[in-house]
Design a binder for this molecule. Structure first.
Ligand code: ADP
Ligand code: ZN
Ligand code: ZN
Length: 745
């Protein structure tokens, strides 16, 4: 038991002995209520196990749930209430570590989300289901220890296993890595020579499998400054694509391992490719726990345990990995910190980047954010001196940054979204140069609209305020918001005319055109063409092949992947990005273009990026062309300042949706009217309809809450939430609050 655990147990025991009354357990129950619940200890309670962070099964309404113990008190919050007893502790060995529990409490308050649901997000499925964690280590039994030497001489792997375990308990996975099969372990257990145990893992080895390159001067000074951090500090590595950010992470992780600590690395949703993992395991001999949505339950649990027990030296994962318990945290890294996939868009709407920063602060260790296109938020923090910024301005792996050129589309003859100049460039690249081309178009399907040429009818979704996208190959109309599908009509449903036209452009159409126009293969990469793990593998195969080809895809292409043979990048419809209703539209656009450009020519000179637009005069393009992302971001920061928008102003959004057209509006309007008085620096805007005003049959409304300070926002939200919780509302209406929203339209 830890020192604090012992203290808590002691004070629990003291309370039990000095008061007739049983202590009250204050629990975070995974229910959509913003409060803790009081319970009596379970009948079998062992004081030693009733420590904050412990998981308990509790009766809740008609259900049984796993709750997390937050504190022990000697009086209930409501003296009139008869308390129920918890049923049992779920697993006496596994609990949320003290600082992780503190993080969950902070996040619940910051994001105004029910604390029980936040704690539940930090627990593996198995505990939430009320089942004990599997024992993941093996040790010698008394008999095993007493076995005379040479007793198992004929069973060599069994003898080797016993020899390995002489040194102390070893994790199952780590034995497997040493070539011991599960069958051997089972046989030894059947003979009563070994048994399963919890076994805290020893600090993993810092041994390297390859010799790291010598850091360049800029990399070196960043790494030095970060390594010299004593306690908490937030570092921002602002380095162009290919400038060696990852190399800096790797060398920092090495130091972290040498110090006997673990490193947690967060990467965006799409970034956890085999390429990323391969790079980490090529460098480090220690176990690496990878946590991402593609994992099977068993593998996920094993990774979680390896992180929690300390067996894994490196934990690498997507958003939700930020809440993984670590036995010895020493370093947090958030790669591509600007990526919007770090923000959860439903339920517990947290930003994994911001939670990682808070976690590092609670653990008193450094956190490193890295990006070629830092968010305006992080740049602001760097300007204010809250983050230490390290600039990496030169590319490492050869290749200079590609030249970026705009193609003015005004008046040009276009074919399936491709101008003659771009087509020529593609032909030269794939034909003459035998290189690859990457084309970016953020719209899947064949065309975004189907229209009748006789009467003007347009195919619209019955459930959403949106048009249906034409998917020609599947002969379907599909809604990209609610997923509704229907067969492609042959005749206009209104006038019966056969003259149906497609309008606008999607990846499927461009693919069809290029297939006819070029002799090389066209690979379409979007969520229609490929899904899940297969998609990743397919991408990898293409990236590694020598074959000249065109890779055509949506946003999926812009992140993380390394395409060494891409010599030309084409952005087909930059205007779609330029005119966005979101105040972050230009920031996204600048990030996206810079990142897309960064995919080209990583290993060779002469790469170029062609951007098709009707507005080549936009400052954004010239700045991207000059590789001046930071300059654009700084200008955007000034605009946000004058508008009082994030990160200068503090924003939260209340959203309400219901089947009735005005229900959400009425609810938010009544809520607004019910507020006594807002803090002086706060402003409410709305209710306004969302840009997609109806989705899946529900009308969507929003109320903006904008404040000059965090504390003002916090007070305003407290009021708003109290009001919302107590207000009458139609039974079908849902509402939620989104703090620091990234999707505001
Ligand atoms: P980023 O993460 O900024 O995109 P990487 O760390 O992936 O950059 O580096 C780009 C390429 O340069 C990689 O192939 C990497 O191995 C190589 N590299 C990075 N730093 C060095 C260095 N100091 N010396 C030699 N090669 C390096
Ligand atoms: Zn018609
Ligand atoms: Zn729809």
């Amino acid at each position: 038991m830890t020192a604090t655990g012992a203290q808590a147990a002691l004070c629990y025991a003291r309370r039990v002995s000095t008061e007739a009354q049983a202590p009250v357990l204050r629990l975070a129950v995974p229910a959509p209520l913003r409060r803790l619940f009081d319970y009596l200890p379970p009948p079998d309670a062992d004081a030693e196990n009733l420590i904050p962070g412990a998981c308990l099964r509790v009766p809740f309404g008609t259900r049984e749930l796993t709750a997390v113990l937050v504190e022990i008190s000697n009086a209930p919050q409501d003296p009139a209430q008869t308390l129920k007893a918890a049923l049992a502790t779920v697993d006496n060995r596994t609990r949320l570590p003290e600082k992780l529990l503190a993080l969950c409490l902070w996040a619940a308050a910051y994001y105004q989300h029910p604390v029980g649901e936040v704690c539940a997000a930090a627990l593996p499925r198995r505990l939430r289901d009320g089942r004990e964690m599997p024992l993941h280590a093996w040790r010698l039994t008394l008999r095993g220890r007493g076995l005379p030497e040479g007793a198992l001489a004929r069973a060599r792997s069994q003898a080797r296993t016993l020899a390995l375990l002489q040194a102390g308990p070893r994790g199952h996975e780590s034995l497997r890595r040493d070539g011991i099969s599960t069958a051997v372990l089972r046989e030894l257990a059947a003979k009563g020579l070994i048994e399963r145990c919890a076994g805290d893992a020893a600090a993993p080895t810092a041994e390297l499998r390859e010799t790291p390159p010598t850091l360049a001067a800029e990399q070196h000074s960043a790494a030095q400054a970060i390594a010299a951090t004593d306690g908490f500090a937030c570092h921002l590595i602002n380095g162009i694509t290919g400038s060696g950010k990852t190399e800096v992470y790797l060398q920092l992780i090495e130091r972290c391992l040498v110090a006997g600590r673990q490193a947690l690395v967060l990467i965006p949703e799409i970034g956890l490719t085999p390429q990323t993992l391969a790079r980490f395991s090529a460098r480090f001999a220690c176990p690496i726990a990878a946590l991402h949505s593609g994992l099977a339950t068993g593998a996920r649990l094993a990774a979680w345990q390896a992180a929690a027990s300390g067996a894994a030296g490196i934990v690498i994962g997507t958003r939700s990995a930020v809440l993984t318990p670590l036995a010895r945290p020493g370093l947090f890294i958030v790669d591509e910190e600007h990526d919007t996939s770090y923000k959860q868009q439903d339920g517990f709407r947290y930003s994994a980047r911001d939670v990682a920063i808070k976690r590092a602060q609670l653990e008193a260790v450094p956190v490193v954010l890295g990006s070629a296109t830092p968010s305006v938020e992080s740049l602001q923090n760097a300007r204010l001196g809250r983050f230490h910024e390290h600039v990496l301005s030169a590319r490492r792996g050869g290749g200079a940054l590609p030249a970026v050129k705009t193609i003015d589309l005004k008046g040009l003859p276009m074919e399936s979204g491709i101008s003659p100049e771009l087509l020529l460039a593609i032909r030269d690249t794939t034909g003459r140069d035998r290189r690859q081309t990457l084309l970016f178009l953020n719209r899947r399907g064949y065309a975004p609209t189907l229209q009748c040429h006789s009467c003007g009818w347009v195919g619209e979704c019955k459930n959403c305020s949106a048009r249906l996208t034409v998917h020609l190959r599947q002969r379907r109309l599909q809604c990209h918001h609610c997923g509704a599908k229907q067969t492609l009509p042959e005749l206009c449903p209104t006038c019966g005319s056969p003259r149906l036209l497609t309008r606008g452009l999607g990846t499927e159409q461009t693919e069809a055109f290029l297939t006819a126009a070029l002799s090389c293969p066209i690979h379409r990469i979007d969520s229609d063409a490929m899904r899940g793990r297969d998609a990743m593998q397919a991408l990898l195969d293409i990236a590694e092949s020598e074959e000249p080809c065109v890779i055509l895809g949506t946003q999926m292409l812009t992140k993380g992947h390394h395409f060494p043979r891409v010599q030309l990048v084409g952005v087909l419809d930059a205007d779609a990005l330029l005119f966005s209703a979101d105040f972050r539209g230009e920031e996204r656009m600048a990030q996206l273009l810079t990142q897309v450009a960064g995919r080209a020519g990583r290993e060779s000179a002469g790469a170029r990026v062609l951007v098709q637009t009707h507005h080549p005069e936009s400052e954004l393009f010239s700045a991207v062309a000059a590789g001046a992302y930071t300059r654009i971001a700084e200008r955007l920061l000034e605009l946000r300042r004058s508008a009082g928008l994030p990160p200068v102003g503090q924003l939260a959004m209340l959203r309400a949706d219901a089947p009735g057209e005005r229900d959400g509006e009425h609810f938010l309007r009544a809520l607004r009217a019910s507020l006594p008085r807002l803090p002086a620096d706060c402003e409410l805007i709305g209710p306004l309809p969302a840009a997609l005003s109806r989705r899946a049959g529900r009308y969507r409304w929003q109320l903006w809450c904008l404040a000059a300070t965090r504390s003002g926002l916090r007070r305003a939200l407290d009021e708003l939430l109290q009001g919302a919780q107590s207000m009458k509302r139609p039974s079908q209406l849902n509402w939620h609050v989104d703090v620091d929203p990234i999707d505001v339209v």
